[in-house]
Design a protein around this ligand. Structure first.
Ligand code: SME
Length: 159
């Protein structure tokens, strides 16, 4: 197992390109879902210094807070509620440039201004979502969506 993540480049896309294969080999050797979520949350937080990075797992018809990095957060989110519940219900990545413009946004922290939520699927079924929050408006774009989706695809073999 790699002892540390080494990131090359300064542009966002270069950083993702450098991070992705390291996460892939880290997760290749580890089948445990929670352990892999913990390392992915840490690696994204360390690489990009996002305000909040974490997972909510589908549990008992709700999203339940899982491994994360950042301030404490809401523990349970209902189906279809907030950005996370919307990404779960619609089965797609949701990009929010300004959380104040997203009806029903759940403000776990008043400091969060923009957000991206990516579903984590196993055999086509959503088992969790990855939520990344920023203190700035308009932080996330298609580059984040593409790479975060690739990273979430790595969970296909985790149990
Ligand atoms: N803002 C999210 C809730 C989770 S926190 O941001 C960590 C939402 O609207 O679903």
């Amino acid at each position: 197992m790699a002892e540390e993540i080494k990131i090359e480049g300064t542009a966002k896309e270069d950083k993702y390109r450098s991070l992705y294969p390291q996460l892939r080999s880290l997760m290749d050797g580890e089948p445990d879902l929670i352990a892999n979520m913990a390392n992915v949350a840490s690696a994204l937080k360390e690489t990009f210094d996002f305000f909040w990075v974490g997972f909510y797992r589908v549990s008992d018809h709700q999203l339940l807070l899982g491994p994360f990095q950042g301030p404490i957060a809401c523990t349970r989110i209902s189906y279809g509620k907030g950005v996370c519940g919307t990404a779960w219900k619609e089965g797609r990545t949701v990009l929010v440039a300004d959380v104040d413009q997203f009806p029903g946004h759940i403000a776990c922290s008043s400091l969060s201004r923009s957000e991206i939520v990516v579903p984590v699927k196993r055999s086509g079924k959503i088992i969790a979502v990855l939520d990344v929050d920023s203190e700035q408006l308009n932080t996330f774009d298609e580059v984040d969506a593409r790479y975060l989706e690739q990273i979430c695809d790595l969970f296909g073999n985790s149990r």
